[in-house]
Design a binder for this molecule. Sequence first.
Ligand code: PEP
Ligand code: MN
Length: 337
Amino acid sequence: MFVVMEEGATEIQVQGVIDLLVNEGFTVHRSTGVVHTVLGCVGPKEEIDPRAIELMDGVKECHRVMAPYKLASHRFRPGGTRFEVRGVEIGGDRVVAIAGPCSVENADQIEQCAELVARAGGKGLRGGAFKPPSSPYSFEGLGEEGLRMMRTAADRNGLFVVTEVMDHTQIGMMEPYVDVFQVGARNMQNFNLLKELSKSRTPVLLKRGIAATIEELLLSAEYLLSGGNYNVILCERGIRTFESYTQNTMDISAIPVVKKLSHLPIMADPSHGTGRRDKVIPMARAAVAAGADGILVEVHPTPDRALSDGPQSLYPEQFGELMRQLKMIAAAVGRSI
Ligand code: PEP
Ligand code: MN
C-alpha cells in the first residue's frame, strides 16, 4: 500500500499517518519529494481500507498494491488453469466453442441445436432450462424436463452441457444433468449461490455482472476458489454503459486484462454482449483475437420463432461460417479451435 500526502502537508499530519500505520503493524518507508511526501507501507496480510487513510488530514490518496483477491490472482498459478470437461480441455491451446439456444424449448429444438453445434465443431451445448428473464411475463424455462432433454441431445452428439443455475437449492437436482454450471450476470454477486457452488466439483462458468468491475468479477471467483472449486471459467458478456445501440457494451478489453490479473480461463459471450445477431460474429472474432479461451454463442434452428433472445441468436449457417472464420483467427494468435 502507498500513501501520497497533500502538497504542503504538515510534519504533524505526516507523522499522524505514520503512527497509525505503524500501530497497525506496517513498516513505513518515507520518501520526501519536492512536492509530495510518499509513504510506502509493507505489512500485514489484511490491509486496512485505503479510504480510512484518505480521510486523514493531509492525505491526498492511498492505494493498495496487492489485489484483494488471492486465489484468483495470476501469481497464485502463473502457468494458468487448465482442466477437462468430458475430455475437452478448457484453458489450453484450443479455443472452445459452446453454443446453443437461449432456452431449451422442446426435445426437437435442442436436438437440432446439438447436431448443428457438433457438426460445426462446437464442443459444448448451452441452453437455459431455468431462465432469469428481466420481465416476469417472459418464458422462464422448462425446468428439470428441459435439463433431461438437453442431456440426451448433448450425449447423442458428444457435447458437454452448460446451463444456468439460478438458486443454491437447485444444485443437487441439477448436478446429474450438468457438466458446467453457468452463473448468470444477474447472480454474479449472489454469494449464497457461489458458496454452495464452491462445495461442488462441477465446473462453474461465472458471467460478469452487468455493472460489475473486473475486480468484482475476480472477487466473486474468489468465493468459488476459496470454498474448494478450482474449475472456474470467467465470462465477459457485456456491461451496461450509456450506449444504447447495442443491448450491452461488449468489453473486449476485459479479456487481456483478466489474462494479466488472473490464472483463470476467460470466455466471451458476444450474444448477450451485443444483443444483435449481426454484431455477434464480429465480436466473437474480436474476442478470439484478444485471447479468449472460448466463446459462448446463442444459435437456434429458427431464430425468428425462438421463445427468448431470437434477435441475437445466429442462424445455423451463420454459426458454421463463424466457426470457419474463427479457425483462421485462432491460428493467427497461435491457437486452434
Ligand atoms: C444466458 O446465457 O442465457 C443468460 C441469461 O446470460 P446472462 O446471465 O449473461 O444475461
Ligand atoms: Mn439468452
